[in-house]
Ligand binder design. Structure first.
Ligand SMILES: C[S@@+](CC[C@H](N)C(=O)[O-])C[C@H]1O[C@@H](n2cnc3c(N)ncnc32)[C@H](O)[C@@H]1O
Length: 253
């Protein structure tokens, strides 16, 4: 499946969403031609993180919030390739993602997947519904991949994360990838200006220090908060990809 420029489906104006997507996508690409490579690198980061958590941390439960339209290497596909019994709850608030959710529900027989139409800011609803599929007495990997830039400072992303991480037991993990404001700086600020003019949902790009602070109280695993392509890359080509995202994984002790 081709990479989608996520978050571009929120353009106001009803039926012609795909045209709006294309317009916003064109604007974004004009500002930052590395965007497609970056979106691919983000999916590769997601897959590496899930594989790492399933293989090296023994995680069998995933709460993937801001799932996006199904693409290559969805969380349950990667996790269940390692551990068929893995259970995954996907959460998104976009009706377009809901419309594609069936592809996310193709679980292995031993495991389970569920899809929840909910807003990341409504952690109470998410946690309550996720309990139908996940056992919160066992570690859960909370995945916030390329979604937090869509949460404004006023909505207190750190408090949202704290509520999620409070609900899960020690041994649980938090994975974040986040659009930066301190990498490819001219291009990113141009892209942010253009997209915020076009899209109903404003973006807040954040620095490495700001993204690092979202892991407060948790123990970052090596190599910390780094450009996603440098987070435990499998190949030199992967490490050399053009990408503009901070990424990291931390464990709750
Ligand atoms: C950029 S896409 C990332 C998709 C996927 N995680 C990935 O990395 O490929 C962001 C997704 O987050 C969803 N999203 C944005 N704000 C959200 C919110 N407040 N609650 C839940 N989902 C949200 C969007 O609908 C979109 O599907």
């Amino acid at each position: 499946m081709p990479p989608t420029v996520c978050g571009l489906r929120k353009h106001p104006g009803g039926k012609d969403n795909f045209k709006a997507d294309r317009l916003a996508g064109d604007e974004a690409l004009e500002a930052f031609p590395g965007l497609i490579s970056s979106v691919r690198a983000n999916r590769a980061f997601l897959a590496r993180v899930v594989r790492y958590l399933a293989t090296e941390r023994g995680i069998r439960q995933f709460l993937d919030i801001g799932t996006g339209i199904p693409a290559s290497s969805n969380t349950h596909e990667v996790a269940q390739a390692v551990a068929p019994e893995a259970r995954v709850v996907y959460v998104d608030n976009d009706p377009m993602v809901l419309a594609h959710a069936r592809a996310l529900l193709s679980s292995s027989e031993q495991g389970a997947t569920a899809y929840l139409d909910a807003d990341l800011r409504d952690t109470g609803k998410i946690l309550e519904a996720a309990r139908g599929t996940l056992d919160f007495s066992k570690p859960v990997a909370v995945m916030l991949i390329a979604v937090l830039h869509l949460i404004r400072d006023a909505d207190e992303p750190a408090a949202i994360i704290a509520r999620l991480m409070e609900a899960v037991p020690p041994g649980s993990t938090l994975a974040i990838s986040h659009v930066p404001n301190d990498m490819h700086m001219g291009a990113m600020s141009d892209m942010s200006d253009r997209l915020n003019r076009l899209l109903a949902q404003p973006s807040t790009y954040r620095s490495q220090a700001q993204v690092s602070s979202l892991f407060t109280g948790l123990e970052l695993v090596e190599p910390g908060v780094v450009p996603i392509q440098r987070w435990r890359p499998d190949t030199e080509a992967e490490a050399a990809a053009v990408a503009a995202m901070w990424g990291g994984v931390a464990v709750k002790r």
